[in-house]
Design a protein around this ligand. Structure first.
Ligand code: SAH
Length: 296
């Protein structure tokens, strides 16, 4: 993948990681994001991470410094352990592992579920939706980054299905710019609130129907869908840059009359070879919430 759009130098970091506190304390004094616009941007200056940083480096040091009390150390250890489990499970991209080790997943789930936040499991986030499994988040982002070194971020990335904002935060660590769309307004608002204390300057949240993409910000060097449709929406293929990659769960319907009529899903990797040609690779079976049109 040698497209220039996939290889800008743009050092990124979570400038600070704040442990979950009771709601008023957590947001007190934090910069407001988004305002009345439908797009929310968390934009506070971030210190750059040294290129080719490895787990256990600057991001984690700042996370610890910003965390009050032993909960911070416990969360840091849990994040590190999660990244180690994903490495043992086959994730090879050090930048992805660093990002998983840096993003405090417990801030993206209900406080009652925080003790499960560093297990490799999907968890409910309300509105019949889930926060994706860390191993699946890591796998999909690794596929988007295939061929890039740890010091080479993705370019402009579009995520469909912000949910609670966790994957968007992980993406913000491995890409120059991230745009994420959510169709359920309360989840869009929740994601804004979850991301505010993390001060992620290169992430923009949009409320809308992600099946339409975000033409005003296209083309994207990578597109990632966090919900499964029957097929990949045409608008998203059109908004993928030449040389770019799209990863999506899609439904696989077994042939009529065959045994077992259950609809399953598989990951589909699509590479745009030129204006008209796309190369598709079907990968492993997965389980995602459905991709739906319109907004609620
Ligand atoms: N990215 C999340 C996963 C959220 S679950 C994470 O970090 O774990 C998938 C999300 O996709 C749900 O919140 C669902 O509402 C959303 N979704 C489904 N169809 C959509 C569409 N057409 N546009 C935008 N979001 C959509």
């Amino acid at each position: 993948m040698n497209s220039p759009t996939r290889r800008p130098k743009f050092p990124l970091s979570l400038d600070a990681v704040v442990e979950r506190k009771p709601a008023p304390a957590r947001t007190a004094g934090m910069p407001a994001v988004g305002g009345a616009r439908t797009a929310a941007t968390s934009k506070v200056r971030a210190k750059p991470v040294a290129p080719a940083a490895v787990p256990g480096s600057a991001v984690e040091a700042r996370a610890t410094a910003a965390s009050a009390g032993g909960g911070g150390m416990a969360s840091e250890r849990a994040r590190g352990a999660l990244a180690a489990r994903l490495r043992a499970g086959g994730i090879r991209d050090e930048r992805v592992l660093l990002a998983i080790g840096a993003v405090p997943r417990h801030l993206f789930v209900d406080p009652g579920l925080a003790s499960q936040a560093y297990e490799d499991a999907a968890l409910p986030i309300g509105h019949q939706q889930t926060i994706s499994k860390p191993s699946v988040v890591a796998r999909m982002i690794e596929l988007l980054r295939d061929g890039l070194g740890a010091d080479q971020p993705l370019g402009r990335v579009l995520e469909i299905g912000t949910g609670c904002g966790y994957q968007a935060a992980v993406l913000s660590q491995v890409a120059a710019e991230v745009f994420s769309i959510e169709r359920i307004r309360p989840l869009h608002e929740q994601a804004k609130a979850n991301l505010r204390p993390l001060r992620v300057p290169n992430l923009r949240l949009h409320y809308g129907d992600g099946m339409l993409g975000l033409p005003q910000a296209a083309p994207f060097s990578a597109i990632i869908l966090a919900a499964a449709g029957m097929e990949v929406p045409q608008a998203l293929l059109e908004q993928l840059a030449v040389g770019g990659r799209l990863i999506a769960p899609v439904a696989v319907v077994p042939p009529a009359g065959g045994p077992g009529q259950t609809v399953t899903q598989q990951l589909l990797l699509i590479e745009r070879l030129n204006r008209h040609r796309f190369h598709r690779t079907a990968l492993e079976a997965v389980f995602f919430v459905p991709l739906k049109s319109g907004t609620i």
